[in-house]
Design a protein around this ligand. Structure first.
Ligand code: SF4
Ligand code: SF4
Length: 82
């Protein structure tokens, strides 16, 4: 079972439906609906936060990014996206 902690939250009350996030997500996670984008493929999301960075309205929050510290014995950890 995957943990989808890094999947973005879209605040539809802020969204103007410009479509940038849907077009620019490298993993095609999002799909546009009449009320704004929704996450249709959470399993594909790498938590890159590109959608959050590109949204001109600040309507997307990626609460966590996956950080891999390179230590083969370590577990992946979450850190708050800035
Ligand atoms: S965090 Fe990255 S992979 Fe996930 S939906 Fe946003 S742009 Fe796509
Ligand atoms: S980039 Fe932001 S404003 Fe544009 S569709 Fe996505 S969430 Fe809405």
């Amino acid at each position: 079972m995957h943990d989808h902690e890094g999947v973005p939250q879209v605040h539809h009350y802020l969204c103007t439906r410009c479509g940038y996030c849907v077009l620019l997500c490298p993993q095609h996670v999002l799909e546009m609906t009449s009320r704004g984008p929704i996450v249709v493929h959470p399993e594909r999301c790498g938590g890159c936060a590109l959608c959050e960075d590109l949204c001109p309205e600040g309507a997307i929050d990626c609460e966590f990014e996956i950080v891999w510290d390179g230590d083969p014995g370590a577990h992946a950890s979450g850190r708050r996206a800035s």
